[in-house]
Design a protein around this ligand. Structure first.
Ligand code: MN
Length: 218
């Protein structure tokens, strides 16, 4: 990835691409905050079948890192340190999927967690649209371009500027969304319930990885 290609990325002054893991200096930077936005890109939607290709992170100042994960890679120690740090809230949209990917690929036990999709379902009961695009549109007044969503993320050393820009945009708005959704949850007196739901995510992840379905149903 040369400077020319990176220069095409829109709206991104602070963007780093790294291979295999988080660089030490970026880990230190992220460990000094209290929340980090996280997303992943994979070969598909089934954690045990479809491998992890890219991990995107963004802090409250908008510093984005995209970590390219190699095929067969089994460890990412700095990413693990960050994801397991009790002091830093990991903010996802649909955490259940990404947390399962981290657990299956690297043995990472992600905690603590904030999921903007669960928060939205608990707070925004006036709509059934809880996709990231809808949330960012309503709460941040930004139109997300989702055209690279289904693309070949396994082509890791040749990701296009459009793919990288898409990947970065998926984490850029998560921390502002967390603030707005938290206010809504507190206003509606559902903040405590939301926290209880977030704490259940690792249980759902363990069940998902063992391929249990609907064990809470009758
Ligand atoms: Mn994404």
């Amino acid at each position: 990835m040369d400077d020319l290609e990176l220069g095409k990325l829109e709206n991104l002054e602070k963007f780093t691409i790294s291979d295999h893991d988080l660089p030490e200096e970026i880990l230190s930077r992220y460990l000094s905050g209290n929340a980090i936005a996280v997303d992943t890109e994979t070969m598909g939607l089934i954690p045990r079948r479809d491998r992890l290709c890219l991990v995107q992170l963004c802090d409250s100042e908008g510093y984005v890192t995209a970590i390219r994960i190699a095929k067969g890679q089994k460890e990412a120690p700095n990413l693990k340190k960050l994801m397991e740090s009790e002091q830093i809230v990991k903010v996802f949209h649909y955490a259940r999927f990404d947390v399962a990917q981290f657990k299956y690929t690297f043995g990472i036990e992600t905690k603590p967690i904030f999921c903007t999709k669960i928060a939205s379902k608990l707070a925004r009961t006036y709509t059934s649209s809880h996709g990231l695009k809808n949330l960012v549109q309503e709460l941040e007044r930004v139109e997300l371009d989702k055209s690279s969503q289904s693309s070949d993320w396994g082509n890791w050393d040749n990701l296009s500027p459009a793919q990288l820009s898409y990947a970065a945009n998926d984490v850029l708005y998560l921390l502002p969304l967390k603030e707005k959704l938290t206010k809504m949850l507190m206003r509606e007196e559902r903040w405590h319930l939301a926290q209880q739901c977030f704490e259940c995510i690792p249980v759902f992840v363990s069940l998902d990885l063992l391929q249990y379905k609907d064990i809470f149903e009758h």
